[in-house]
Design a protein around this ligand. Structure first.
Ligand code: MRU
Length: 359
């Protein structure tokens, strides 16, 4: 039976009407929680990477809507004010579909509310539920994903997909946690993940915290590592999965998928159903965030690139579905994903939801 190891890191807290975000820019050196009471500031926090990772961005934006409602107290035209704040949140980052999924869910709560106090109550309950459901779903996803892993080898992961990137526990890192607890993996290799170093700063911090052995590598070392036979699975998360199974994730994921296929290593994507954008037919249409050149040209605020050089800095890339062995969600596993299999998963999840509501 799976024993869940240390699962105490919580990046998002909502207490006494205030939103607290663990400032991920300062980790691992400092653990500082920033306090927010204003939705516009929450949008800036998402854009500036105080909080990051697709599910965490969505949950944070949901609480941003709660703050927008609270701030509208005593103001004329509360619906317009809340709608304007929701637009600010919507514009924070373009790739993670969880942001838009969460805001659409919150917009339905606001629209259904008869007055502002009812909106505050309904949005608060919905955001809290989203946070709780995310953690519970990640645990189920962890079990589903771990079940695919034959014991005895290491795994390689990219970026940070752990507690910090979600409500808690993690997606790909949740699978890794569950697989470690089940004795299925020997160790974790984690890409450092330039330019924000989510691997070195965040994934390593979480794994060390949990006592799971981790070795960091520069992305350039992945090819020889995968050729060595030490790694059984590459396991990553996603910011948006198109209806045909193409996967947008942290830049460098596509290269890893190609390397994995070339060396007979299996490739798993772990993400909640809310990351699947059924309105996006394939990966070509997924908006890819381009971030500031300085993120590549400088390290820790100090310019390291030659003067005059410019930088190409897409934050994500798209891995075609045919390179993916399994998409793992809280509702189960889809092997060799394609349009029909994902549509079937969606139907199964909706039927399960209806059954719960009928109970
Ligand atoms: O730019 P980031 O740090 O927000 O990118 C995060 C990723 O690419 C993650 O892999 C993805 O959001 C899944 S997190 C569970």
């Amino acid at each position: 039976m799976t024993q869940y190891s240390s699962d105490t890191i919580r990046p998002i807290r909502f207490e006494d009407g205030n939103l607290y975000l663990l400032d991920q820019r300062l980790l691992p050196d400092e653990t500082v929680r920033q306090c927010y009471t204003d939705a516009g500031e929450v949008a800036a926090a998402i854009r500036d990477m105080v909080v990051r990772g697709a599910p965490a961005i969505g949950i944070t934006a949901a609480f941003g809507v709660v703050l927008a409602c609270r701030k509208a107290r005593g103001q004329a035209g509360w619906r317009e004010r809340v709608a304007a704040d929701m637009e600010r949140l919507r514009a924070a980052r373009p790739t993670a579909v969880n942001l838009f999924w969460a805001l659409d869910r919150m917009a339905r709560e606001v629209d259904a509310a008869t007055d502002l106090e009812a909106a505050i109550e309904a949005t608060t309950a919905a955001a809290r539920q989203m946070l709780d459901e995310d953690i519970a779903g990640n645990r189920r996803m962890g079990c589903h994903g771990a079940g695919l892993i034959e014991p005895g080898r290491a795994v390689l992961t990219h970026c940070n997909t752990g507690s910090l990137a979600t409500g808690g526990y993690g997606t790909a890192l949740g699978v890794i946690r569950a697989a470690w607890d089940d004795g299925r993996i020997t160790e974790v290799f984690a890409d450092e993940t330039r330019p924000w170093l989510q691997g070195s700063r965040l994934t390593a911090w979480e794994l060390v915290h949990d006592g799971i052995p981790v070795q960091l590598l520069c992305e350039g070392a992945a090819a020889s590592l995968l050729r060595s036979g030490r790694v059984g699975w590459v396991i990553v998360g996603s910011d948006r999965i198109a209806a045909n199974g193409d996967v947008a994730n942290k830049v460098g994921t596509y290269g890893l998928a190609l390397l994995a296929r070339a060396h007979g290593v299996r490739f798993m994507v772990a993400a909640p159903l809310s990351t699947i954008d059924f309105d996006m037919p394939d990966g070509d249409g997924i908006p890819i965030e381009q971030r500031a050149e300085d993120e590549v040209l400088a390290l820790a605020g100090t310019r390291v690139a030659a003067a005059g050089a410019r930088a190409y800095n897409p934050a994500f890339d798209v891995t075609p579905a045919h390179l993916i062995d399994a998409i793992v969600t809280e509702h189960g596993v889809v092997e060799a994903p394609d349009h029909d299999k994902l549509a079937e998963l969606r139907q199964r999840a909706a039927a399960a939801q209806d059954a719960v509501l009928e109970d």
